[in-house]
Design a protein around this ligand. Structure first.
Ligand SMILES: [Zn+2]
Length: 372
């Protein structure tokens, strides 16, 4: 294992932070897997999975089974991890600016298209290298204005040339689910099976530009740009994995999830060995645009009527909002048949607060598909 430290732009004088990356297997020899945890820094189940992965990677490296370089970043956001408000951790948004740490990663497809146009050929693998080099140049020239931007730049520099990128997160109260691009779903499907994901949400461009989306979307945009003129492969198969809810922190679950990820890497040939048989896909993938999002119409006590992970039918009652002054109950029902894959962890809501989401097979939303 090779350890590397990546200093971040100082937020305030004397505040030196860095991102630590661990590089296992054949470093810098071409094939690469990149795994990071807790870009949203208060998503601790992801971090525990990273510790289990480390344990296995050390053993696999000793046994000479790593065919590809595997990069592990167990703390992707040390700045967010240091944020607390009156004892409660708050790692999703940069508190100084309100920016979500997992939004608006740059997708410099126009700049890259311009710089590689004259050099592309009919050799898809040569085009892949050419585009990755152009992306590296673009990232290297990026002068991050602040700590937030330097986190984004550091993580993109580590991941942009990886064949597989796994971004480990969790939701509030949730079943195992994942987000990825439509263009790479076929390659992600075995991962969904190994993880036992209840829901796999697909969108090429949600307009949120999360980390996994930026890594896939650049290649999708370049394919659209060049059309039939030049073959452009999927540079990265990038996925956001939601390791259930924020309180689902246990050795048993973390080990189960780490094992599923390693099964997938064996299946993909990044780790030598015989892959475990693929379990069945629990549910077909659904469009992210098909997810129904529920919001509180009024203030009150939120009483969840359905546990996270439960399959629901249109018309099922999902949430009650109880007015504490009158006892009146307002019940929200699902318009969609699918899985209630996440719900909020709070128990008192104000008008407009999000409550939860149900997956659906038919697109019903347009515009920005990812929430704040
Ligand atoms: Zn997250």
């Amino acid at each position: 294992m090779e350890h590397r430290a990546h200093p971040l732009v100082m937020a305030t004088p004397g505040c030196h932070r860095q991102i630590d990356s661990e590089h296992y297997g054949p470093v810098g020899q071409g094939r690469k897997v990149y795994i990071q945890a807790a870009l949203h820094a208060d998503e601790i189940p992801a971090m525990l999975v990273a510790t289990r992965l480390r344990k296995h990677l050390i053993e696999l490296e000793k046994a000479n089974r790593l065919q590809h370089e595997i990069v592990l970043v167990a703390v992707a956001n040390p700045a967010g991890l240091g944020q607390f408000i009156m004892g409660a951790s708050s790692g999703r948004f940069e508190l100084g600016s309100g920016r979500n740490y997992n939004r608006n990663f740059p997708v410099p497809h126009r700049e890259i298209a311009q710089s590689v146009e004259g050099a592309l050929t009919h050799d898809a693998s040569a085009n892949l290298t050419l585009i990755r080099n152009a992306w590296l140049k673009s990232l290297s020239e990026w002068q991050p204005a602040d700590e937030y931007a330097s986190i984004q730049r550091t993580l993109m520099l580590l991941a942009h040339d990886a064949d597989i990128v796994l971004d480990l997160h969790c939701s509030r109260e949730a079943a195992m689910h994942l987000y990825t691009g439509e263009d790479v779903w076929e390659e992600v499907e075995p991962l969904s099976r190994y993880l036992g994901a209840e829901v796999s949400l697909l969108a090429n461009d949600s307009q949120g530009y999360s980390f996994d989306e930026a890594l896939c979307l650049l290649w999708s945009h370049l394919r659209s740009h060049f059309g039939a003129r030049f073959p452009i492969p999927n540079g990265s198969v990038a996925v956001t994995i939601e390791h259930r809810g924020q309180r689902d922190v246990s050795y048993e679950i973390a080990e189960q999830d780490a094992t599923a990820i390693l099964d997938y890497l064996v299946h993909r040939g990044a780790i030598a060995g015989v892959a475990n048989p693929l379990p069945p896909l629990r549910n077909p993938a659904t469009p992210l645009a098909g997810s129904e999002q529920f919001y509180a119409p009024s203030a009150g006590i939120l009483v969840h009527r359905v546990p996270a992970g439960r399959r629901v039918q249109a018309g099922d009652e999902l949430f009650d909002i109880v007015d504490p002054l009158t006892g009146d109950v307002l019940t929200l029902t699902s318009k969609t048949s699918g899985v209630l894959y996440m719900r909020r962890e709070i128990r008192f809501v104000r008008p407009g607060d999000p409550l939860g989401r149900v997956s659906g097979a038919v697109p019903i939303r347009t515009g920005k598909l990812l929430g704040a």
